[in-house]
Ligand binder design. Structure first.
Ligand code: IPM
Ligand code: MG
Length: 364
C-alpha cells in the first residue's frame, strides 16, 4: 500500500532542496567576478594537513612553496598560514563536514593547499558525515576541478575540467529514504553552473593554443541533466569557432582512454562531477597512479589545490605514512603558483583564470 505520509515527507524534503538550489542559481547570477591576485597587498595561502598521509605530503608541498616564494614571503606579498582542525576527529566532534571555526579561517585565505581528508561511508567507524572535499567545494563555490594528466612518451596531454559543485555530488548527502524500501538520490544541473565550467574549459584551450575540447556525458540515458550539459556545451562552443569540439559517452570514453591511438586526440575534456571523479582516477593511473596527480579547485573568489587521491589509512596503519609520495601535492602546489600569477615559479603550468572571461548574461 502507498503511504501518503511517506510521500508527503519526501515531497517536503524535495521542496526544500528546490528552494536551496534556486537560491544558488540566484547567487550565481549575481556573481561578482574573479579575484585579482596582483591587486592584493598580501596573498594568504592557507594550508590544511588533513588526515592520514595528508600532513606528511602537505608538509613536503609547503616546503616547496616556502622555498619558491621566499622573496614574496619576506616582503609580505605572500603569507602562508597553517589552518588546523580539518581532521576527521574534529569533524566528528562538531558533526560537520567542516567545523564552523575552520570554515571561517578558510574564508580568510585567498587560496588553500589541502591535504587529503577521510570521507566516511556507511559502516565505517566514523559517523557517516559529508565529505570535507565536497563541502569545501560547495561552501567556497569552487566550480571547476582541473586535473592535468601528461605522459609525453605515449602522446597523452590531457586537462580535465570536472564540474565540481553540481551533478550527483551537490546533494549526495541529501537523498531521501522514502521508506525502508525506496531510496532516491538527486542529480542537479543548472544553466549557470554548467556554462561557467564549460566556458572555463574552452578559455583554457584558447589561451593555451589547444584546438580540441571533448565533452563527456551519458546524455542518451540521463536525458535531463546530462542533456542540459551537452546542449549548453554546443552553445558555448559557438563562441570558440577556432576550437573543434566533440562529445563522447562516459562508457566508451573510459575505453578510449586506454586506446593507444584514439587517446592521443583528447586534449581538454569537460564533464559532469561524477564522471569526472571516475575518469580522472583512470587517467591518473595511466600517468603512473593517483599519487602522481594534483588538481585545482577553481572558483571566482577562492581556489583550493589538492591531490586527487585519499588519505591512505592503510599506509598509516602499516607505519608507512612518512614514506608517502608527495608528488600529487607538489603538483597541486605548482598549480597554486600558476593560479596566483607567479608564473615563472610554476613553470610548466600556465593557468588562464586571472584573465578569465566574465560570464555571459544567462539565456532567458
Ligand atoms: C576526489 C575524491 C573525492 C571526490 C572524495 C574524497 C569525496 O575522490 O577528489 O576525486 O569524490 O571528489
Ligand atoms: Mg576521486
Amino acid at each position: 500500500m502507498v503511504d501518503a505520509n511517506e510521500i508527503e515527507r519526501a515531497k517536503d524534503h524535495f521542496g526544500k532542496i528546490l528552494e536551496e538550489q534556486l537560491k544558488r542559481v540566484q547567487a550565481m547570477k549575481e556573481d561578482q567576478g574573479w579575484t585579482d591576485y596582483a591587486k592584493l597587498d598580501t596573498i594568504i595561502i592557507g594550508v590544511c594537513g588533513g588526515d592520514g598521509i595528508g600532513p606528511y605530503i602537505s608538509r613536503s608541498a609547503q616546503n616547496v612553496l616556502e622555498s619558491l616564494l621566499a622573496d614574496e614571503i619576506k616582503s609580505g606579498k605572500v603569507e602562508i598560514r597553517q589552518i588546523d582542525g580539518l581532521t576527521i576527529e574534529n569533524r566528528v566532534k562538531a558533526m560537520k563536514a567542516i567545523p564552523d571555526d575552520v570554515l571561517a579561517e578558510l574564508k580568510k585565505c585567498h587560496v588553500i593547499l589541502k591535504g587529503p581528508t577521510t570521507t566516511p561511508k556507511k559502516g565505517d567507524p566514523w559517523p557517516n558525515i559529508e565529505s570535507a572535499n565536497v563541502a569545501m567545494r560547495r561552501e567556497l563555490d569552487l566550480f571547476a576541478n582541473v586535473r592535468p594528466v601528461k605522459v609525453p612518451e605515449i602522446g597523452v596531454d590531457w586537462v580535465f575540467f570536472r564540474e565540481n559543485t553540481e551533478g550527483s555530488y551537490v546533494l549526495g548527502s541529501q537523498g531521501v529514504n522514502v521508506n525502508d524500501d525506496l531510496a532516491i538520490d538527486f542529480c542537479v544541473a543548472t544553466t549557470q553552473g554548467t556554462e561557467r565550467l564549460i566556458r572555463l574549459a574552452f578559455e583554457h584551450a584558447r589561451k593555451n593554443g589547444i584546438d580540441k575540447v571533448s565533452i563527456v556525458t551519458k546524455a542518451n540515458v540521463v536525458k535531463t541533466t546530462d542533456g542540459k550539459f551537452l546542449s549548453i556545451a554546443a552553445e558555448v562552443a559557438k563562441d570558440y569557432p577556432e576550437i573543434k569540439w566533440d562529445d563522447w559517452f562516459i562508457d566508451i570514453m573510459t575505453a578510449k582512454l586506454i586506446d593507444p591511438y584514439r587517446r592521443k586526440e583528447f586534449r581538454v575534456i569537460a564533464l559532469p562531477n561524477l564522471y569526472g571523479d571516475i575518469l580522472t582516477d583512470e587517467a591518473a593511473q595511466i600517468q603512473g597512479g593517483v599519487g602522481t596527480a594534483g588538481s585545482a579547485n577553481i572558483g571566482k573568489r577562492y581556489a583550493m589545490f589538492e591531490a586527487i587521491h585519499g588519505s591512505a589509512p592503510r599506509m598509516v596503519e602499516e607505519g608507512r605514512a612518512q614514506y608517502a609520495d608527495p608528488s600529487s601535492m607538489i603538483k597541486a602546489a605548482a598549480m597554486l603558483l600558476g593560479h596566483i600569477g607567479t608564473w615563472t615559479r610554476a613553470r610548466s603550468w600556465r593557468w588562464p583564470s586571472r584573465s578569465a572571461p566574465s560570464m555571459r548574461r544567462p539565456r532567458s
